[in-house]
Design a binder for this molecule. Structure first.
Ligand code: 5AD
Ligand code: SF4
Length: 484
């Protein structure tokens, strides 16, 4: 999805333009010339591999990175054994960082076998000085580092990295103007993420996101809606509106609008059949949004509503700005308006100072809300966040024991809740052929659960009615049927 710009018509013998995105198209054309030369010299087209760590935002960023490299003439491979390896990193918890360091050792051995190989790192982890310094010192074979604010510059950085010697590092402190209208290559033809805002202003005391993704910036609604219309023309049926806190969308625009308004506008785009969004902060979830969800059948009956902790005392120290009671009240209001809603959540175990009583409050909320699923995380100390310097960090063994208890409870409830639609007929968006059973396809319900049923590849990308015949715990087996 991008401006149809003919790269062959760009004069690459003049100086690069200074304005964007023209500058990046100029460098894509330069890269194409470099690709042709590489091919003549080495007898094969240079290939790339992108590995994404972390959340949906990163996955969507990777689609943009992929689009740029394909436009520049490279081919995509399914493994790291290729000429350009790009890791789009995450730093929300320390284990994400450790995974990257672990992979780098492996990349070094591959690089020894392939003298053309270049290694690039981008994304949230690269916004941390300490990580970049460690890579400079201990992993000098890395060729390119850039951050979250300048991913649009990949063509230029790729070109510079291929034509210069030492490690290229280009990390920006902030980025007010995200450059849109560049190539992107979706993983699925029929569904797509769309950034509606960037960054976060909430500063939950454990979270590094506001430091690495910067201040909250909303995109203009017209820009978003024209992107949605273009996606619909391109065959997209399902969209996911993306932001760290979509409920505060539009508040800082020159002409402020609400997220609920945007949702209603998006629902009017012909061809779009399903709308999802991620992530909602409970403190900003308005009645207006609940009403919009209730009124628009295209909006999936699914809400991801991060709890983090069930203890009002801990929530206060986390700077979440709601109490246990307010959260439960909100859930009650949502369920009253939309009884068939699926609720999912994020929970952190072992935040500094969390006592057994605090933890029991979390279990109590899980018991009361009965989530369809919950992402459970062990608290991870992130340097530079207020929580990192809090005293009374919880001992590892205590955290592990609590984490296991929470997981057991979440799974037990989820296995009951998820299967409540057994026997019903529901709409499924077919995603792929089933890997395990020949003659079956797999797709997703509105609440994101997987359904496998007999069908052919020609169904991929279509919304079909499926009777959910067998409940299997966290997925269904079904059979295609007439609509109810
Ligand atoms: N430790 C553990 N989990 C965290 N999250 C964010 N920061 C941390 C941290 N320091 C979790 C939150 C958030 C999700 C994306 O990641 O639950 O909702
Ligand atoms: Fe992090 Fe809180 Fe912002 Fe979510 S809302 S990204 S948890 S600071």
């Amino acid at each position: 999805m991008h401006n149809k710009i003919d790269l062959d018509k760009i004069d690459i013998n003049v100086k690069p333009p200074t304005e964007e995105p023209a500058r990046q198209y100029y460098f894509m054309a330069k890269c194409r010339e470099w690709v042709r030369e590489f091919e003549q010299k080495n007898g094969h087209c240079p290939c790339f591999f992108i590995q994404t760590f972390g959340c949906q935002m990163n996955a969507h960023d990777s689609e943009k990175l992929r689009g740029i490299l394909l436009q520049a003439g490279l081919t995509e491979e399914k493994s790291e054994a290729c000429d350009f390896v790009l890791y789009n990193t995450c730093t929300v918890r320390d284990n994400a960082n450790q995974k990257v360091y672990g992979h780098l050792g492996y990349l070094q051995t591959l690089k020894k076998k392939n003298p053309h190989m270049k290694i690039a790192l981008c994304g949230c982890m690269m916004q941390e000085n300490t990580a970049v310094e460690r890579i400079r010192k201990s992993y000098p074979f890395v060729d390119l580092i850039f951050g979250t604010h300048n991913i649009f510059k990949l063509a230029e950085l790729f070109y510079v990295c291929q034509t210069s010697g030492p490690m290229v590092v280009d990390v920006w402190e902030s980025g007010d103007a995200a450059v849109e209208k560049l190539p992107s290559r979706r993983k699925y033809a029929f569904k797509s993420g769309i950034n509606i805002m960037y960054g976060c202003n909430n500063f939950c005391s454990y979270c590094i996101v506001p430091y690495v993704r910067g201040r909250e910036r909303s995109r203009e609604p017209e820009e978003i809606l024209s992107e949605i219309r273009a996606l619909a023309c391109d065959g997209v049926k399902e969209i996911m509106l993306l932001g760290q806190n979509v409920n505060s969308y539009g508040k800082t625009l020159k002409n402020p609008v609400s997220f609920a308004w945007l949702l209603r506008q998006a629902a009017q785009v012909a061809g779009i059949e399903r709308i999802r969004f991620m992530t909602s902060h409970p403190k900003d979830l308005s009645d207006e949004l609940i009403e919009a969800m209730r009124d628009c059948p295209k909006v999936c009956r699914h809400l991801h509503l991060p709890l983090q902790s069930g203890s009002s005392r801990i929530l206060k120290i986390m700077n979440r700005r709601y109490t246990k009671e307010q959260y439960l009240e909100l859930v009650g209001k949502i369920r009253q308006a939309i009884p068939d809603i699926s609720l999912t959540t994020d929970i952190i175990v072992g935040f500094p100072g969390e006592t057994e009583e605090d933890f029991l409050e979390t279990l109590d909320v899980v018991e009361k809300v009965r989530y369809d699923s919950a992402f459970t995380f062990v608290y991870s100390k992130r340097a530079g966040t207020p929580a990192a310097v809090m005293e009374n960090q919880v001992p590892e063994a205590v955290v592990k024991e609590r984490f296991d208890r929470l997981l057991r409870q979440v799974q037990q409830i989820a296995s009951q809740v998820c299967m409540r639609d057994a026997g019903a007929i529901q709409q499924v968006l077919v995603e792929c052929e089933n890997d395990h059973q020949k003659g079956y396809v797999s797709g997703r319900l509105g609440n994101n659960l997987l359904v496998h049923f007999p069908g052919e590849a020609s169904l991929i990308g279509k919304l079909v009615s499926v009777k959910l015949t067998e409940a299997k715990g966290f997925y269904y087996i079904g059979r295609m049927t007439e609509k109810d």
